[in-house]
Design a protein around this ligand. Structure first.
Ligand code: FES
Length: 155
C-alpha cells in the first residue's frame, strides 16, 4: 500500500470520526474507492481506528458485496436466478468455472477475469444470462462461452 492509498484511507477514516459504530460505513467507502477491501486496508483501518480486525473481517466475509482482492480486468456476472437455472444456467456456471479455473467471488491469476454470481440480472426473458462488464449475453450456450471470453480478452 503506497502513500496515496494511506491518504485515501485517512480521509475515509476522518470523515467518519464522529460516526457511531462506523465500521460498515468505512468498509463500504473503501470498497467503492479501491474496488475491493484487502488485507492491507483492513489492517491499516484497525490500527488507525481501534476497530478490532476480527470485526472488520467479520463484515467483509459475511456480506457478498465486499470483494477481498482486486477485481480482474473484466467482471463476469453469472445469473443463478430461478429463470436462468431452469434454462440451463447451472451448466453455464460449471463451464465458466472449468474454463477460468475459478469459482464465483474469485479472480483469475492473470487478473483478466473476476467471476460473480448474482440472483437476477433483470432480463429473465432471455435466460440463461451472462453479463461481461456492461455487455449482456442472453440465451447463452455453454459451447459459446469460449468465444465470449475471447471477445473480452480471454485465450
Ligand atoms: S433469473 Fe437470470 S436474469 Fe433473471
Amino acid at each position: 500500500m503506497d502513500a496515496k492509498d494511506r491518504k485515501m484511507l485517512d480521509d475515509i477514516l476522518s470523515s467518519h470520526r464522529d460516526t457511531r459504530d462506523p465500521a460498515m460505513l468505512i468498509l463500504q467507502k473503501v470498497q467503492t474507492s479501491f474496488g475491493y477491501t484487502g488485507q492491507d486496508h483492513l489492517t491499516y483501518i484497525s490500527e488507525k481506528s481501534c476497530i478490532p480486525l476480527s470485526k472488520l473481517y467479520g463484515i467483509v466475509t459475511f456480506y457478498p458485496s465486499f470483494r477481498l482482492s482486486p477485481p480482474g480486468k473484466s467482471i463476469i456476472r453469472i445469473c443463478e436466478g430461478t429463470s436462468c437455472h431452469v434454462r440451463g444456467g447451472a451448466r453455464i456456471v460449471k463451464e465458466l468455472e472449468r474454463q477460468l479455473g475459478i469459482g464465483p467471488g474469485q479472480t483469475t491469476k492473470d487478473r483478466k477475469f473476476s467471476l460473480e454470481s448474482v440472483r437476477c440480472l433483470g432480463c429473465c426473458g432471455i435466460s440463461p444470462v451472462v453479463m461481461m462488464d456492461d455487455k449482456t449475453y442472453g440465451r447463452v450456450k455453454a459451447t459459446k462461452l469460449a468465444e465470449i471470453l475471447a471477445t473480452h480478452g480471454g485465450e
